[in-house]
Structure formats: structure tokens, C-alpha cells
Design a protein around this ligand. Structure first.
Ligand code: GLA
Length: 383
């Protein structure tokens, strides 16, 4: 990956080549990886989440028009939209994430300024590390800096989630946007999606988090995500709860037989996964390797057999991670269906771990994976 000054120079040169002057301001917002808590967010449960050093940058200048004109260095393409219309762009869907944010800001009555911008992201696209939330939160930060008003990080997260729900049309929970705006350098966050609080969680010295990207792409807007969500909501209704978060494991065990078999499986996963979030937060803080191993194994087992969000590439990656030196535990990340996974690894073994996973996974699948350690980064802001 390029260094900070190189990246800055690349963006500045691209900006000047396109718009004729240097950019006036720089904003960034991070991607995220969930350490525990798959699909618990829209069930108002808990997630242990990590804002990561992979992030999206926007270099921008006001252009004194009502247009937002953007160039994406990742996609090598230009797109624009008018601040006074609400037409979606079917040819360049990536700009809808930014236009959606503008629509939500307008709905709040906040004045918006047209700008020119160049975007560059080190969050891999469609890989389960929340490139969309990073783009939304970085864009909201540009509008904020140019508009001369302020949004609290939680307000910004909720607004960007609404942009994704309404304008983009993905019915996601709050996990991605919350992590991207509320992130703190140096610690994971224990997010409670019912009261929207985030507690910092320290990770014991000597433990590293390694992202293992299967490079098998997933599509979140597909039907599976919405189906899982509808099944959970049906389960909560049948159990007389407003959300699965309200149902304890004991209550669920006593009434599980009343639910249709498929709904029961989905609910069992979510209720177990919510409990595992708190257990993993304790295990990570204490460096309890055996608990980390058991909790991550149970999470992946449930993802395969109860929530059914695993894909063949994920099984190959799991086998490669668990066979590699220094591994403590491993599981899925993001929505599942391919994309990135994570391993907890002894810090002293990260290089050996990464080399072994690459060899094993490439031999099994014919695809070169991307394996890299990540540490916690700060939430969205000006650079
Ligand atoms: C996607 C969604 C999040 C969350 C995760 C699964 O990343 O955007 O809201 O539901 O999947 O935990």
C-alpha cells in the first residue's frame, strides 16, 4: 500500500489535473471489520467492531455551483449530480451513496455547497469491510466542512444509514456507519444497537487482528440480506418481542418449538451471537486464547449451519486460517457470502501466518487472497 504522503500527492495531482487548482480540504472515513456479531445490528443486539486503517479519502474544493462533480481514482471514472434534483444514477451507482447523503442533509434543513472532489479508497470494494459507509461518512464530512455547520458523530452515522436505506435502497443496520464515525484510535468498540452506545474495548497486548480476503465478491443488495432480516423480524413477532435482542437464550429455548424450522434456526444464531459479543469482548481484553478459539469457532459454525451465510471460498479460507502458525481463532466478517474473514493471531507470528494462509488458500482455490493485519483507526474527520 502507498504511504500517507504518496497518497496525498496522488490525489492532489489528480485533482489539479481535473479541476485546475489544488484541493482546499481533505476528509477521510474508515472501513470496519466486525470481530463478533454477524447480523446482530438490525436485531438491535451488540457488535464488537473495529474501525480499520483502510479508509476513503476525498480531496475537495467548493465550486460555486449547485453541482457535485467527482472523480473516483479506484474506478477511473467521473460522475456528477445536481444538489437540487433527486435523480438516481443507474450508470454510476457509486455516486448514489454521496447523493443519498446530500438528500438526507437537505431533509435536515442543512445548507449544502457544490464541490469538486477526487475520491480514493483503500477499503476494498464489495468485500465486507464497509466501503459504502466509508464513502458516505467521508462525503458527509466534506458537506459539513464546506457548509459551516456541525453534526455529532452519532447523528452523522444515523444520517448516512438513512441515505443507504432510502436512496441506495439497502436495508442495512447501523453497524457500518456507526463504526466509521464513532471509531477511536487504538481500541475496538462494543456497540449496543439498542441504545446506540459504544464502549471502548482494549485488545490484550500480543494479539493481532488479521483480515483474510477471499477475494470472492459478494453483493449485499441481493435478496439474501433482506430475507435474513425478514426471518429475524418474523421470529421476534412470533415470540412477542420488539426485536430478537429482547429474547434471552433461556426464553428462546423454552419457546423455540413454536417457530417454523427456518425462522428458529435464524433466531438461534442471532441470540447466540449476541451473547458471544460480550464474551469475546472479555476474552480479548484478557487475552484468553481458549475462549477466543471457542467463541470464533461457534460463530462460524452458526454462520454455516444456522444463518447460512457461508460460501465455498469461506470454507477454504477457514481451513487455511486454522492450519496456519500462530492462529488463535477465526471467523466470518461483514454480511458473509464471500468477502473478508478475520483471524486473531499471535502478534509474533503474523508474517508466518499470512504466508501460510496465502499458500494454502491459493493452492486450494486458484485465487490469490489478500492477507493483512489491521489496527483500530479514528472515525471520520478532516485530515
Ligand atoms: C452489512 C450491513 C450491516 C450489518 C452487517 C452484518 O455490513 O451493512 O448493517 O448488518 O452486514 O453484520
Amino acid at each position: 500500500m502507498t504511504t500517507h504522503p504518496q497518497r496525498r500527492q496522488t490525489l492532489a495531482e489528480a485533482f489539479e489535473a481535473r479541476f485546475g487548482t489544488p484541493p482546499e480540504l481533505w476528509c477521510r472515513a474508515p472501513g470496519r471489520v466486525d470481530l463478533m456479531g454477524s447480523h446482530t445490528d438490525y436485531n438491535l443486539g451488540a457488535v464488537l467492531t473495529l474501525p480499520i486503517g483502510r479508509d476513503t479519502w476525498i480531496a475537495a474544493s467548493p465550486n460555486h455551483t449547485r453541482s457535485v462533480r467527482l472523480h473516483s481514482l479506484n474506478l477511473h471514472t467521473d460522475a456528477s449530480f445536481d444538489l437540487d434534483t433527486a435523480d438516481r444514477n443507474a450508470d454510476q451507482p457509486w455516486i448514489n451513496y454521496i447523493h443519498g447523503v446530500a438528500e438526507e442533509l437537505k431533509a435536515e434543513g442543512l445548507p449544502l455547497v457544490g464541490f469538486d472532489g477526487v475520491i480514493h479508497s483503500t477499503v476494498p470494494l464489495s468485500s465486507g469491510l464497509s466501503s459504502s459507509a466509508a464513502l458516505e461518512c467521508a462525503a458527509a464530512t466534506v458537506f459539513e466542512a464546506l457548509g459551516g455547520w456541525h453534526l455529532e458523530p452519532l447523528q452523522k452515522a444515523l444520517l448516512c444509514q438513512r441515505a443507504e436505506n432510502r436512496f441506495v435502497g439497502v436495508n442495512c443496520g447501523i453497524l457500518d456507519q456507526f463504526t466509521s464515525t464513532m471509531g477511536q484510535d487504538g481500541c475496538a468498540l462494543l456497540l449496543d444497537c439498542r441504545d446506540l452506545s459504544g464502549q471502548p474495548v482494549a485488545i490484550a497486548h500480543g494479539l493481532s487482528i488479521v483480515i483474510c480476503d477471499t477475494r470472492s465478491k459478494r453483493e449485499l443488495a441481493g435478496t439474501e440480506y433482506g430475507e435474513r432480516r425478514a426471518q429475524c423480524e418474523a421470529g421476534a413477532r412470533l415470540l412477542g418481542a420488539s426485536a430478537l435482542r429482547e429474547v434471552t437464550p433461556e426464553q428462546f429455548a423454552a419457546r423455540e418449538h413454536e417457530l417454523p424450522a427456518m425462522v428458529a434456526k435464524r433466531c438461534r444464531f442471532i441470540i447466540g451471537e449476541h451473547a458471544r459479543v460480550y464474551a469475546l469482548a472479555t476474552a480479548l481484553a484478557n487475552g484468553d486464547r481458549e475462549a477466543i478459539r471457542q467463541l470464533t469457532a461457534a460463530s462460524f459454525d452458526g454462520a454455516c449451519h444456522l444463518y447460512e451465510i457461508a460460501a465455498p471460498a469461506m470454507h477454504s479460507m477457514m481451513a487455511a486460517m486454522l492450519a496456519a502458525p500462530g492462529v488463535i481463532g477465526a471467523r466470518q466478517a461483514g454480511a458473509g457470502f464471500g468477502g473478508c474473514m478475520i483471524a486473531l493471531v499471535e502478534s509474533a507470528s503474523v508474517d508466518d501466518f499470512a504466508a501460510a494462509v496465502r499458500t494454502h488458500y491459493a493452492a486450494a482455490t486458484g485465487t490469490e487472497p489478500e492477507i493483512y493485519p489491521v489496527t483500530a483507526a479514528a472515525g471520520a474527520g478532516l485530515i
